[in-house]
Design a protein around this ligand. Structure first.
Ligand code: GLN
Length: 574
């Protein structure tokens, strides 16, 4: 097993995750089987209890693991399926060591950070690195380990020490250390500054890890003189100073690494072959360059809760991008703060309110993503009502399905007080109720989580045709509440069809509105399994319907997209 450690210095938010995923991509393109481990040095056991508005979205895995959003990057870039153990946190390591201490495993010994925690970290990495994540037999060849945080943080010290020891455990030729840092430009002079990188490399080296390669983020390409200076002061050869300057989309990053021979350098350090036959053509023409060339616009209104951090909906955004790549549409997302849609008072005519509704009216399609908490829910209900009445394509995800059902119960069945028990426990007409699969009293890991089968109830529905499935679909879940089974027949009588249910037939999984061009919602989160080149069917349906191409796609005739240089064609079944 070969290991690539990706650490970060200077500041957080440098795109370490994208760098590490891209290193995985170039190694995969050399023919190697790649897996990854993300280390998060926080004390939370997992990301499940962390606010997406502070930390970005909580990504959900097949096995129900609630993990850091970087695992989503790895799954999408490498087309792999990770496990909850691929996300290692301080909380998990301490929990495992304390459990062993209580069991008596260390009887008589003083349990310490070194060696007990550091050994547990190394054992964990070695064990998880050997798990196959690409559906094939046998262990992967390379494991990319991303160390979260910035070197020098108190929190990451036990992990750095563990990794320092680990390089000797696995031996030379099996361990490659890449340090991601920032080369800023200061003031009027416009000079690229190397000192922050020098300092962070010095810190890393003082802790016993010597980077083989530097990955320097910068706005513009590094000048040769700056590259040489970095090499000289950081003790790496100039060829190993990689530059990751700003690019138009993230799919350019692996291509940028390839252009600098990063695949060859890493394969040499790891004593791996394969780099001569490396091929990123599909990546280049099918993703990076294709995305830049798209011109026919599709405008999707995303109605959610915002605090200026779009990472809170990262996978939804990625799934929209994948769908747009396949449908040859240029994506324009109109971010709509759901609460601004609500007619609160006199402020009804406030600029925010007017602007929010202008966005809804100018959108080709509306998407209401998942969420928790009551803020904005009435606005989401209004957005669903608008989409239903005006026949605008609508995709509801999890909470987005629940609000669509509440809206229908209120305005079509006439149950004015219909609500979700999550938001109004006393409602006489609960359209959405608590359906226990987990616990109501504990918050961590207690929801209906991970992959579950949804049985298609009919083949005569948009969902079955989009998925090209004839029995079931398998998607990831993360919720506590569901459509009230007692209300289903009334809703169905008026045209809201529950075309997907769980294996017991009690949990409503997919809803479609009869006679509407595209009003589809799922209790699950299809965004988590979307991949570039393999878009999530429900997102593809939204983008195609929003561009007026869904019928042709579903009828199996190729969809020719105008304004496209490459005359892309997309057809169901091809
Ligand atoms: N809050 C809702 C529930 O728990 C929806 C969750 C979600 O959208 N992920 O059921």
């Amino acid at each position: 097993m070969k290991y690539v450690l990706v650490s970060g210095g200077v500041v957080s938010g440098l795109g370490k995750g994208v760098t590490a995923s891209s290193i995985g991509v170039i190694l995969k393109a050399c023919g190697h089987r790649v897996t990854s481990i993300k280390i998060d040095p926080y004390l939370n056991t997992d990301a499940g209890t962390m606010s997406p508005f502070e930390h970005g979205e909580v990504f959900v895995l097949d096995d129900g693991g609630e993990v850091d959003l970087d695992l989503g990057n790895y799954e999408r870039f490498l087309d792999i399926t990770l496990t909850r153990d691929n996300n290692l946190t301080t909380g998990k390591v301490y929990q495992s060591v304390i459990e062993r201490e209580r069991r008596g495993d260390y009887l008589g010994k003083t349990v310490q950070v070194v060696p007990h925690i550091t050994d547990a970290i190394q054992d964990w990495i070695e064990r998880v690195a050997h798990i196959a994540v690409d559906g094939r037999d046998g262990p992967p060849t390379v494991c990319v380990i991303e160390l979260g945080g910035t070197v020098g943080d108190i929190e990451s010290m036990p992990f750095i020490e563990a990794l320092r020891q680990f390089q000797f455990r696995v031996g030379p030729g099996n361990f490659c250390c890449v340090h991601v840092s920032l080369v800023p430009v200061l003031g009027v002079v416009g000079e690229q500054k190397t000192k922050p990188t020098q300092h962070s490399v010095a810190v890393l080296r003082s802790l016993g890890l010597n980077p083989h390669l530097l990955a320097c983020r910068s706005q513009d390409p590094l000048s040769p003189a700056v590259r040489d200076k970095l090499a000289l002061f950081c003790q790496v050869t100039p060829r190993h100073v990689l530059n990751m300057c700003d690019v138009s989309n993230i799919w350019h990053v692996p291509i940028m690494l390839e252009a600098q021979g990063a695949h060859k350098s890493i394969c040499d350090i790891l004593q791996l072959g394969g780099h001569d036959g490396m091929d990123l053509t599909v990546w280049r023409t099918g993703l990076a360059e294709k995305w830049d060339a798209l011109s026919a616009v599709v405008r999707i209104a995303m109605v959610g809760k915002y605090t200026g951090l779009s990472d809170a909906y990262l996978s939804v955004l990625k799934a929209l991008q994948h769908a747009c790549l396949s449908a040859s549409r240029k994506l324009e997302v109109l971010w709509v703060e759901a609460s601004h849609l609500e007619p609160t008072s006199e402020a009804d005519k406030s600029t925010e309110h007017t602007e929010a509704w202008d966005k809804i009216r100018s959108a080709h399609g509306i998407l209401v993503p998942g969420g928790f908490g009551i803020r904005g829910v009435e606005g989401m209900i209004l957005a669903a009502k608008y989409a239903r009445e005006k026949e605008v394509p609508y995709l509801g995800i999890c909470l987005g399905m629940q609000v669509a059902v509440i809206e229908f119960a209120r305005n079509v069945l006439g149950l004015q007080e219909a609500h979700s028990a999550e938001f109004d426990a006393a409602t006489p007409t609960p359209a959405v109720v608590f359906m226990p699969e987990g616990s109501k009293t504990h918050k961590g890991g207690t929801m209906r989580l991970g992959a579950r089968k949804t049985i298609l109830q009919t083949m005569d529905c948009i969902t079955a045709r989009l998925y090209q499935a004839d029995e079931y679909v398998d998607e990831r879940h993360r919720h506590r509440y569901e459509v009230n089974p007692n209300m289903v027949s009334d809703l169905e009588d008026r045209g809201l069809r529950f075309v997907g249910k769980d294996e017991s037939g009690q949990r409503m999984e997919i809803v479609e509105l009869k006679g509407h061009p595209y009003f589809v919602a799922g209790q699950f989160h299809p965004e988590f399994k979307s991949r570039p080149g393999k878009p999530s069917p429900l997102f593809l349906g939204l983008v195609l319907a929003s561009s007026g191409h869904l019928d042709r796609y579903l009828s199996g005739s190729p969809v020719k997209v105008k304004h496209q240089d490459d005359a892309s064609q997309l057809s169901n079944g091809h």
